[in-house]
Design a protein around this ligand. Structure first.
Ligand SMILES: Cc1cc2nc3c(=O)[nH]c(=O)nc-3n(C[C@H](O)[C@H](O)[C@H](O)COP(=O)(O)O)c2cc1C
Length: 396
């Protein structure tokens, strides 16, 4: 079983993540995680913090001489910005030095509900942990999960479909979707991780306009895999459904407010005949194949051998440079909402985080199905399974 937790405050000394259940003997180095961490810092519309942080990973446990040990793997990312916050974020008592105290909650952020829940007077005690800085740890752990999935040839990628009102007008061609390497190249060639250059330029313009107005923007992104092995997840119990696990994982990301699998909400508008993916026989009638993938790779909570397609909606960033009205909780008087250094649009970054969460969720499902304490044992279990990509006719 794979499980993971994260810890750390946005301006604290460091972020920490622990993942357990990765088999022994897997190649792993910090370099393998660094690319995703750099991608998370990118995207037009990010704030100044991203220029401060290097997000270099260090392993504290679970890896020795480039191989996993089978024990819990601990990753640490130092917050370079801590040096500007060492007094405010000092874990030791500092009598008579309250530091920079926050009393005015930002509508849309965790500030108010978190302060009431944990009885905090200083909203910094909430926002430091609620901040999406935490997602850097998820991306590091997601990179480990990505290596684990790669042992089975599973690849995960993502791209941005919409920012505010600007969206890709037509579906991305099947040819491009079938070539994840090329798709990834096109995504990386865009400042907003959108594979359509003309639409990318309009998205950048929309973010620029929002910034000028002191406002923020959200959007929609899609996460996609190559064809998955059949049988990840299960219909036998509510909490074993793969679609349910993915929806929860995506909704756990800060500011994510909607998740669709495959055709998603659009399927509710169509007749069944236009939604469900017919079974047809493949070459020589030895395989069953599907003529389309409206189900997004999951039927009955189980992966069906098709690529996984998950779409995620992100709300606009809630810290506004032209702040909304709020109330100072220390005086009860009206006041503009607090301004923390902030992104204008973080949809591209959220696409990297969504990939990480997809990797972690799929890794959990893969390890439940195939298990294995060592890579050797894991691969032996996998190869013993006949279910990859298609179900054979006349299975014995
Ligand atoms: C990658 C990423 C970056 C984010 N950056 C900011 C930011 O700079 N400022 C901000 O107010 N919210 C930011 N958010 C969103 C907040 O963290 C989020 O809205 C807040 O924690 C409240 O949670 P909720 O929106 O899920 O209710 C970001 C979210 C993500 C995924």
């Amino acid at each position: 079983m794979i499980r993971f937790v994260t810890a750390g405050e946005s301006h604290g000394p460091a972020l920490v993540g622990i993942i357990e259940g990765i088999p022994a003997g897997m190649d792993l180095s910090v370099d393998m995680l660094q690319h995703d961490l750099s991608r998370r810092k990118m995207g037009y519309g990010r704030g100044g913090r991203m220029k401060i942080e290097t997000d270099e990973v260090r392993f504290l446990s679970g890896v020795r001489r480039g191989k996993t040990l089978g024990s819990p793997i601990t990753v640490v990312l130092e917050n370079r910005d801590f040096r500007n916050w060492d007094v405010d974020m000092d874990p030791n008592p500092r009598e008579g030095e309250p530091g920079r105290v926050v009393h005015v909650p930002r509508p849309g952020h965790a500030d108010y509900a978190g302060a009431v829940k944990y009885a905090h007077q200083d909203l910094r005690n909430v926002l430091e942990r609620a901040s999406a800085r935490e997602t850097a740890t998820r991306v590091a752990l997601g990179g480990i999960a990505r290596r684990y999935l790669a042992l089975l040839g599973i690849e995960v990628c993502s791209y941005v479909l919409r920012i505010g009102q600007v969206e890709i007008p037509a579906p991305i061609s099947e040819e491009l979707l079938g070539d994840l390497e090329r798709l990834r190249e096109m995504v990386m060639g865009s400042e907003v991780f959108c594979p359509d250059p003309a639409v990318s330029a309009s998205m950048v313009e929309a973010i620029r306009e929002a910034k000028k107005a002191g406002d923020t923007l959200g959007g929609i992104l899609e996460v996609r895999t190559n064809p998955l092995p059949v049988g990840l997840g299960s219909y036998v119990q509510w909490d074993q459904r793969l679609d349910g696990a993915l929806a929860r994982a995506m909704m756990s990301i800060q500011a994510i407010k909607g998740v669709e699998i495959g055709l998603g909400f659009e399927s509710s508008r169509r007749f069944g005949s236009q939604v469900h993916d017919p079974f047809i026989t493949g070459e020589g009638a030895t395989e069953i194949v599907r003529s389309r993938n409206n189900a997004g790779g999951v039927e009955g909570g189980v992966s069906n051998g098709q690529p996984l397609v998950v779409r995620v909606a992100m709300k606009p960033i809630s810290t506004l440079y032209e702040p909304l009205p709020s109330v100072d909780l220390s005086t009860g008087k009206s006041a503009p909402a607090t301004i923390e250094r902030s992104d204008i649009c973080a949809v591209p970054a959220a696409s990297v985080v969504s990939e990480a969460m997809a990797c972690l969720t799929l890794a959990q499902a893969v390890s439940e199905k195939f298990g294995g304490d060592s890579v050797e044992e894991f691969l032996a279990h996998f190869h013993a399974s006949e279910t990859r990509n298609s179900i054979r006719w006349n299975r014995k």
